[in-house]
Design a protein around this ligand. Structure first.
Ligand SMILES: Nc1ncnc2c1ncn2[C@@H]1O[C@H](COP(=O)(O)OP(=O)(O)OP(=O)(O)O)[C@@H](O)[C@H]1O
Length: 229
């Protein structure tokens, strides 16, 4: 059991739209092992992002639970959830969500400073990771002074600087041209290997999904595991 990083049990989410209740997730069960790369695919509106938000503690389930390294994330209060997210999770989005008024280095330092790492140590770790993603010459640049691919590299570095056990990525290549998307995919896979983390990616990019150890398909709120051929 020790090799399970995250477990979702009977996870359900219902949104109430006026008088109408919409069951977006219907009793989803699955788990992610240490070091595993899982891709979640499925048509638009099938519930993929909602699932990812629940796995990352960004939303609470209507029923069921999410356990992250032995902690019941879905029942934790806001403070505890914030701590668990900072300690164990990294997030990558389609749009980088970097803070515009801060430099690349400052953006990547941020998650470490939130956990009381000294400024010197944070800068050391953030610089090393920015060099690793090929941005050693862009440390003092602000997001507006970087290309789309460079911004996504900074966002990757920010997600990974705390060495999270699990990275949750929502369309990480969705906003990039094909060549840049392939570079980001390559980098993500290399870093996953180097840091020994697990990775869950929601994507429409079939090339990215094919690189996963396991592909799960969302269909109308139900998660279907594809049998290997
Ligand atoms: N906060 C909300 N309130 C009401 N309905 C919501 C909310 N968030 C999502 N939904 C609905 O839940 C369904 C699933 O949305 P979700 O974003 O999870 O789908 P998705 O599979 O990620 O889609 P896409 O691939 O287009 O991003 C949609 O019908 C959406 O309208």
């Amino acid at each position: 059991m020790n090799d399970v990083v995250l477990r979702a049990e009977q996870l359900a989410k219902t949104f109430n739209e006026g008088l109408q209740a919409v069951d977006v997730l219907k009793k989803v069960d699955f788990s992610i092992k240490r070091g595993e790369f899982v891709a979640i695919v499925g048509s638009s509106g099938s519930g993929k992002s909602t699932l990812l938000h629940l796995l990352g503690g960004l939303e609470t389930p209507s029923s069921g639970q999410v356990t992250l390294l032995g902690h019941v994330l879905s029942q934790a209060n806001d403070v505890k959830r914030g701590q668990l997210r900072n300690q164990y999770l990294g997030f990558v989005y389609q749009f980088h969500h970097l803070l515009p008024e801060f430099t690349a280095l400052e953006n990547v330092c941020m998650p470490l400073l939130l956990r009381d790492t000294s400024v010197k140590e944070a800068e050391h770790a953030a610089t090393a990771l920015l060099v690793r993603v090929g941005l050693g010459h862009r440390l003092a640049h602000k997001p507006a002074e970087l290309s789309g691919g460079e911004r996504q590299r900074v966002a990757l570095a920010r997600a990974l600087v705390t060495k999270p056990a699990l990275v949750l990525a929502d369309e990480p290549t969705g906003n990039l041209d094909q060549q840049t998307a392939e570079e980001i995919q390559q980098l993500l896979q290399e870093l996953k290997q180097e840091l020994g983390m697990s990775l869950v990616i929601v994507t429409h990019d079939l090339q990215l999904a094919q690189a996963a150890d396991r592909v799960l398909t969302m269909k109308s709120g139900v998660l279907i595991q594809e049998e290997p051929c």
